[in-house]
Design a protein around this ligand. Structure first.
Ligand code: 3HC
Length: 696
């Protein structure tokens, strides 16, 4: 028997105890052990109890085995073997029974869990569908409609709800193995035998076509949820054997799709991104009290994020009135959290009583472990604040700037303790957005970097290391692909075609919808800032400046690329924009070309990949996966492609380089192929090879 399944006979009951830390994933050794344990139990026991050692029941198939040759026994066969056992087989669940874990549990005949347990079929988040009977057995237990909801959302279902739905038979407080054994004994005492879910009546059909169409729409290009619905539909028409075959065929189409690769890339790298080799063994500094300079939208969001993580926050504004306004902003967000049930009233009361204060002097920050400056985006303002912090903050305090573009090296060099300075680039709204760029300046001390990452972890954010450059990883790449979109507009595409092409690609919003939301004045200010140093060969669209000069800043003024009517969601295309664009084309003597959706997507993505490759080559991002996680968690990049550089790997880097060179024939200033991309193509390697430590 494999070590991954411990076997113990306790009276009449054989216990099969999974011991495959950290999450008892159902790898080859576990599957083999389950079959061997079952065979032995059938020779000497009257019932079988399956339970997990450590923190959890099985958290699913072993995702690390994906992409490798399948080793028998496969999981569907294991579940069927359990279901067909002549002995009653019982699952006792604690922690999580997810994916293949819940499928094993549904293969067993009876299920008991502790109240804190969670079950679910989250396979769609990995670009696949439950492939070991989940789409056949779950609908037999809870009906097709509920199964569609649980499988297409992939959500974790708490024990109480699972009991109500009938996924669990009993929920009981106590040690999981003890309650499992007692339950198994009750089943034996009652003379109950196996109760195979596969033999239950087929579920009643629902309107699968409408559910499929809705899932395709919601998926924005992701195919797994809709495909899972077709598999559930099979449960209504086929017996269990045919249904499992149908499920397998659909599972394999997804398993072999690039979307599965993209989603699995996202799964592992959102965990890997904050584990920096250079921080191994480096202890972060103490982090209990935080100062936030600035009570605007960003400062208030940062303060809320820190307060919700249990940190003590002092906000500082320039005068008492501004401090009061900042405190009010924090209060509004926190009260909203209470209303939505995200924060208990007692926690809110505790925060307002002692965790948070807003004042008008930096002197209040003398004892802060870390201060995050979120003031106006201007170097002079930042330097004045840092000089003040240098004066008042205790020795060893971490001094962070939330700048989006400015040179953190210059800020650090302006004070007496540059080793304590780093950038912490939050994304708005800071209490919601998952991304945190930890910007490491030339002099930043390793334990200060570690403290930046410790803050990210405490705030449950995806923290990514970035070097210093204009815009850091994310905004620098954004600037390039936005310029590419602007060039396409000058050459004949409309902003609305570009927005549609990119939402069809999978982005939540198109670039011009985002611009309207963020405020067009932001891009205008950046263009003005960069104008004095701009290369004369750079193409810059002037019509956008004209929109701003007319006071149209997007949603906040009711007009931008779109026109927004009060009380209505979304906007309609603004005809004035088209007129401005056409006038500029006429001025420049440009004849509008046609762009297909595919042309738009390809150019936009090539621009993104090319700049991202430069960012990696320059060491601003240490690994391609850092770029991928920045775009996924800060810029709405579709998760099913894993990130822009994973997308590039999946398309083939040689084709991307060839297209960049083709575009360069018309504009060789903008389209300068990245040297890293050229080296990768020459060596026949991928960006993911670099993630695994390869070099070119
Ligand atoms: N396979 C392999 N490794 C896994 C894994 C899995 N199913 N689930 C988690 N891990 C690894 C993680 O990568 C991580 O490794 P690391 O320490 O080297 O980074 C480690 O286990 C701990 O994971 P977390 O950091 O995520 O721990 P948490 O306690 O925060 O969360 C969890 C635990 C809720 C179980 C979470 O890990 C999770 O959601 N896992 C994925 C569950 C899942 O998707 N299951 C379905 C798999 S697909 C399937 O079953 C196909 C079948 O239908 C045929």
């Amino acid at each position: 028997m494999s070590d991954a399944i411990e076997y113990e006979l306790k009276g009449d009951i054989a216990v099969l105890r999974a011991n495959n830390p950290p999450v008892n994933a159902l790898g080859h050794a576990v599957r083999t052990g389950l079959i061997a344990g079952l065979e032995r139990a059938e020779a000497e026991a009257k019932a079988v109890l399956i339970v997990g050692a450590g923190h959890t029941y099985f958290a699913g198939a072993d995702i690390k085995e994906f992409g490798k040759p399948l080793r028998e026994p496969g999981l569907p066969g294991v579940c069927t073997r359990i279901e067909n056992s002549p002995l009653p087989v019982i699952s006792a669940i604690h922690g999580t029974a997810l994916g293949g874990g819940l499928e094993v549990a549904l293969g067993t005949h009876y299920r008991i869990a502790v109240p804190s347990a969670k079950v679910g079929l989250p396979e769609v988040h990995l670009g696949i569908l439950p492939g070991a009977g989940g789409t056949q057995r779950l609908p037999r237990v809870i009906g097709a409609e509920k199964a569609i909801e649980i499988i297409t959302s992939g959500r974790h279902v708490g024990a109480a709800e699972a009991l109500e739905l009938g996924i669990l038979d009993e929920v009981e407080e106590g040690d999981v193995e003890t309650i499992g054994l007692a339950y198994a004994q009750r089943i034996l005492d009652a003379g109950l035998g196996p109760r195979p879910v596969g033999q239950m009546p087929r579920p009643t059909p629902v309107d699968f076509d409408s559910a499929y169409v809705a899932a395709m729409k919601r998926g924005r290009g992701q195919i797994a949820p809709a495909t899972a619905i077709r598999s559930i539909e099979g449960a209504c028409h086929y017996d269990i054997t045919e249904g499992l075959e149908h499920e397998r065929a659909l599972f394999m189409t997804l398993f072999n799709s690039p979307q599965r690769e993209g989603m699995v890339h996202a799964f592992f790298n959102e965990r890997a991104v904050s584990k920096l080799p250079e921080l191994k063994g480096v202890e972060p500094r103490a982090l209990k009290t935080i100062g936030v300079i600035g009570g605007g939208t960003m400062g208030a969001g940062i303060a809320v994020a820190a307060l919700l993580a249990g940190l003590d926050v002092t906000m500082v504004e320039r005068d008492a009135e501004a401090a009061k306004a900042g405190a009010a902003r924090v209060n509004v967000i926190l009260q909203g959290s209470v209303k939505r049930g995200k924060l208990s009233q007692s926690k809110y009361d505790a925060i307002m009583a002692s965790g948070f204060r807003a004042l008008d002097s930096c002197d209040a920050l003398s004892e802060a472990d870390m201060v995050i400056e979120a003031a106006f985006e201007e170097m002079g303002v930042k330097k004045a604040i840092f000089a003040e912090l240098d004066r008042v903050c205790k020795k060893g305090a971490v001094l962070a700037s939330n700048t989006s573009y400015l040179d953190v090296n210059e800020i650090a060099a302006s004070i007496s303790r540059p080793r304590d300075v780093l950038g912490l680039h939050f994304f708005s709204p800071a209490h919601v957005m998952k991304l945190l760029e930890v910007v490491v300046a030339d002099e930043t001390a390793p334990d200060v970097v570690a403290t930046g990452f410790a803050l990210g972890k405490a705030l449950r954010k995806i923290a990514v290391r970035s070097g210093v450059c204009d815009g850091f990883i994310g905004n620098r790449i954004l600037k390039t692909y936005r310029s590419c979109a602007d060039h396409m507009i000058m050459d004949g595409a409309s902003p609305y075609e570009i927005d549609k092409a990119m939402t069809d690609f999978g982005f939540a919003m198109g670039p011009y919808e985002v611009a309207d939301l963020a405020g067009l004045d932001i891009g205008w200010a950046t263009r003005k800032r960069l104008a004095p140093t701009r290369d004369v060969r750079e193409r810059v669209a002037r019509y956008a400046d004209k929109m701003c000069e007319a006071g149209n800043f997007g949603q906040k003024t009711g007009k931008g690329y779109y026109v927004y009517e009060a009380g209505k969601r979304g906007g309609t295309p603004n005809p004035e924009v088209i007129a401005l664009i056409e006038a500029e084309r006429a001025d420049l003597g440009v004849t509008a070309q046609d762009f297909t959706h595919e042309d738009i997507q390809r150019r936009y993505m090539c621009a993104m990949v090319n700049e991202a490759a430069m960012v990696v080559d320059e060491g601003i991002a240490r690994r391609p996966l850092d770029v991928d996680m920045v775009l996924l968690f800060g810029y709405g990049f579709p998760r099913h492609w894993g990130g822009p550089l994973k997308w590039a790997d999946l398309q083939g880097l040689d084709g991307i380089l060839a297209d960049i060179k083709r575009y360069a024939m018309a504009d060789d200033f903008f389209w300068q192929p990245s040297a890293l991309l050229e080296r990768l193509v020459a060596a026949g390697k991928t960006f993911d090879d670099l993630n695994k430590g390869d070099t070119v």
